[in-house]
Design a protein around this ligand. Structure first.
Ligand code: MRU
Length: 351
């Protein structure tokens, strides 16, 4: 079925509260949760109501605003901004966009605290910073899409893993941005979406948002990627990422590493799409990226019923590391970077 609907926004600032699309309920139900406290935001991030590296960062920025807005003195306000940022940073460990957005909010608050402004003006200016983080993400993703599109040709089959789409960002997504731009320009790409065990972001979110937009998308189970590659149906892989280390090692949804190894075996390029805010030059290699482990129930009861014996041992890392030698190129808003990543990623920041 091909339909064309306006894309759903995952994060909406609604005057004095944050409306978050509950991504756990997609594609069956479209429910926006009205969040009014930083605890609400922390809980939404931890429990994947909002997920995807940029969307987590944007939500946390609004969380700082919500958590500090009731302070009545400038001194208490600044203390609370810093406390709330520290608190929200504990919601999830891997996506560096979370820490990037919180650092940006802290730096802005510290700057505002020294300005000759009333407390109301200072609070409004901090909200403006969160709104800027939000709106800049949309423009960034469009640019990523433009650069990514130069790597694709009409009729190509492209495989993606997890969801790095509009739902994971302000709009367009990172890895999915070129598909939206291709559609706008009448270019036809055939997208294969891995269902992405254990919580099925590929099936529930990627297949949903691409189908809604009218992109040609075919859903496959994760363990079918090798098969479709061997049939010659895939000419490129494109994924998002939660953190790129200084040497170009990439943390992304569990299973990305397997896809990248398969792609290399079939001579298929692997592209990683992300904003500069996902590149962490302070983390030297993938070995230092903290990998989140999630509950056993995601695996043993992920389909809403028990699918494994009671008491079985479970290992459930949410992300894996794809070593840089499997990454053909990293696509950012500033352009496309190739190996040697330790040199070329640094150059990107100095441009
Ligand atoms: O656990 P999730 O759903 O937050 O994982 C998301 C991913 O792995 C995405 O690929 C990544 O955050 C990039 S989103 C543009």
């Amino acid at each position: 079925m091909t339909t064309q609907n306006a894309p759903l926004q995952s994060v909406i600032w609604a005057e004095d509260r944050l409306d978050l699309l509950d991504q756990r309920l997609l594609p069956e139900e479209i429910v926006y949760l009205p969040l009014v406290t930083s605890e609400d935001v922390w809980e939404a991030i931890r429990h994947l109501k909002v997920r995807g590296a940029p969307a987590i960062g944007i939500s946390a920025a609004y969380g700082v605003v919500l958590g500090s807005r009731n302070e009545t003195t400038p001194k208490r306000w600044l203390e609370e901004v810093l406390n709330q940022a520290e608190y929200l940073a504990t919601s999830r460990p891997t996506a560096v966009n979370l820490f990037w957005a919180l650092d940006r909010m802290k730096a802005r608050a510290e700057q505002l605290a020294t300005a000759e402004l009333s407390l109301d003006e200072v609070k409004q200016a901090l909200l403006n910073e969160a709104l800027a983080i939000h709106s800049e993400d949309e423009e960034t993703n469009r640019l990523i899409g433009e650069h990514a599109l130069t790597l694709f040709e009409d009729g190509m089959g492209v495989l993606t893993h997890c969801n790095a789409g509009g739902l994971a960002t302000a709009k367009y997504g990172t890895a999915l941005a070129p598909f939206y731009l291709a559609l706008e320009r009448g270019m036809s790409l055939r997208v294969f979406a891995d269902e992405t065990r254990p919580v099925l972001q590929g099936a529930r979110l990627t297949a949903f948002e691409l189908q809604q937009a009218g992109v040609d998308v075919t859903l496959i189970c994760d363990n079918m990627a090798g098969m479709v590659m061997s049939k010659g149906w895939i000419q490129a892989v494109i994924v998002g990422t939660d953190r790129v280390a200084a040497n170009g090692d990439v943390a992304n949804k569990i299973g990305t590493y397997s896809v990248a190894v398969l792609a290399k075996a079939h001579g298929i390029p692997v592209y990683v799409a992300c904003p500069l805010s996902t590149i962490d030059l302070n983390t030297p290699t993938g070995a230092e990226i903290p990998i989140e482990e999630r509950s056993a129930e995601e695996i043993t009861e992920g389909f809403g019923k028990r699918t494994a014996p009671q008491g079985v041992k479970v290992y459930n890392p949410a992300f894996d590391i794809t070593p840089n030698e499997y990454v053909t190129a990293i696509i950012t808003e500033k352009g496309i970077v190739q190996a040697p990543y330790d040199v070329n990623l640094k150059k990107l920041f100095n441009q």
